[in-house]
Design a protein around this ligand. Sequence first.
Ligand SMILES: *Cc1c(COP(=O)(O)O)cnc(C)c1O
Length: 454
Amino acid sequence: MKDHPNSWDARAKAHSLFGFTDLPSIEARGTVVLTHGEGPYVVDTDGKRYLDANSGLWNMVAGFDHAGLREAAKAQYDRFPGYHAFFGRMSDQTVALSEKLVEVSPFETGRVFYTNSGSEANETMVKILWMLHAAEGQPHRRKILTRVNGYHGVSVVAASMTGKPYNSVFGLPLEGFIHLTCPHYWREGRAGESEADFTARLAAELEAVIAREGADTIAGFFAEPVMGAGGVIPPPAGYFQAIAPVLRKHGIPLVADEVICGFGRTGEIWGSQTYGFMPDAIIASKAMTAGYFPMGAVILGPDLSDRVEAAVAPMEEFPHGFTASGHPVGCAVALKAIDVILNEGLMAQVRAGAGRMEAGLAEVARHANIGELRGIGYMWALEAVRDRATKTPFEGHLSVSERIANTCTDLGLICRPLGQSVVLCPPFILTDAQMDEMIEKLDRALNMVFAELA
Ligand SMILES: *Cc1c(COP(=O)(O)O)cnc(C)c1O
């Protein structure tokens, strides 16, 4: 089938450009073209089923055929299939979703702005901060602090925030985007340095960078509570407790990029709750609609809400917004998704299943070529190493994590290679049997690949 010029594979390769895809590898292995999903499984054009242990891209937390979500979208398409949120007009669903987001946020009160993606939400937040500081008489507060390996999206500003070397092909980051040390104790901790000392070093680095750059040049600090696309990196103990006071002292807003952590992935609604800190604003997307509609949101806490309101009042208008901001179908879907996650037990399933997932993966991680198992809730990574004692990685040309992920795909399990790690972030609806299937297939794939590379 795959070799036929009219095969889905040939057609996919002919006229589509895949994102974040190594082209020689799809030439060698072929593409996977999907037709539909069933629970946590997706099905390709040959009828092969895959357990998608990455929830699509972290977002399809309710699986691929949730009846309630499909109904919510259909009903809203019948009622009012599209509108914007400009000129003082917005749909009733948009109003209702903003109320709901503020209600489930950690904030007493707040304001919500809608985008179509997480990248746009981060970029919107940067524009809001630039506008706000200028309106408050601090036009030089424009630099943005993030961390190496932090992922904040792909638009020009969001890519500049992202701490990944691949953005150099675009000549990014832009000037004024500063990346601090990745808060990964296992990799970045120095010989003999305790986790507490590591945390203290990162807080001291933040102080030093603020002193070097000048506090009055820094617009904001953005952080994922747990780094996702950087390889599932939970913060070292006490991290946010150490950096939040430094930021506060210098008047630098702390923005939690909760695009992955938000809506239950870590076992609480927000990763900032799991890690016990209060951000000034939250960036949401991905699971907010359970992946059933493209949508992102900026949720401003009370202080920033008041300040933005005061900054915008004397202006002719807040000159920002997307055509589909606050799309009524997206808002109806998000309202349903939040209800499903919080009230129909999806987040409870994460809390109940996280121990089983960790225990299962800990068994797998006993393999001598696994250097670290890390994660929380339903987001985990296993990092492969040539030598566990010295943490020596496999040689880059061996593409160890790609081999593991490819072998998993052959076995009917989708998981993602990231650096030398493989990432598992399954839909919240996983049954115990499906979780066992995920772990068993991963274990089999690891044994096959490590035997090849021995
Ligand atoms: C995915 C992601 C984004 C970008 O979202 P898009 O919808 O892909 O633009 C931003 N921040 C984090 C933490 C993400 O995981």
